[in-house]
Design a protein around this ligand. Structure first.
Ligand code: FES
Length: 105
């Protein structure tokens, strides 16, 4: 919970804003194009891929695409998650044993 300055009449809590918090203490394993990659539950797939060194997530024609906005707006980070194509890496939470398919060579 977060309170504003006690001198202010405005008080709010993170839950009032729809903001959730995550614990990033649980180490899990995700699979990226069949390769086991360590990740933290509570984080997003984008962070796990970046930490593992995956910069290019797919190609549009010959142009490489990766993370651009990082907040779900640009759709440059589309990947396949557990067989479901068109998922945004920056908006997808990490789950243990999830399978990520990147459309790269
Ligand atoms: S990086 Fe823009 S939607 Fe994911």
């Amino acid at each position: 919970m977060l309170d504003n300055d006690s001198d202010s009449d405005i008080k709010f809590h993170m839950s009032d804003l729809g903001v959730t918090t995550h614990s990033r203490q649980d180490k899990v394993t995700i699979y990226v194009n069949g390769l086991a990659v360590p990740a933290s539950s509570g984080g997003n797939v984008h962070a796990a891929l970046q930490a593992a060194g995956f910069q290019i997530l797919r190609r549009a024609g010959l142009e490489p695409r990766g993370i651009f906005c990082g907040m779900g707006v640009c759709y440059d980070c589309l990947i396949t998650v557990n067989g479901r194509p068109g998922q945004r890496a920056c908006m997808t939470p990490v789950h243990d044993q999830m399978e990520i398919q990147l459309d790269v060579d």
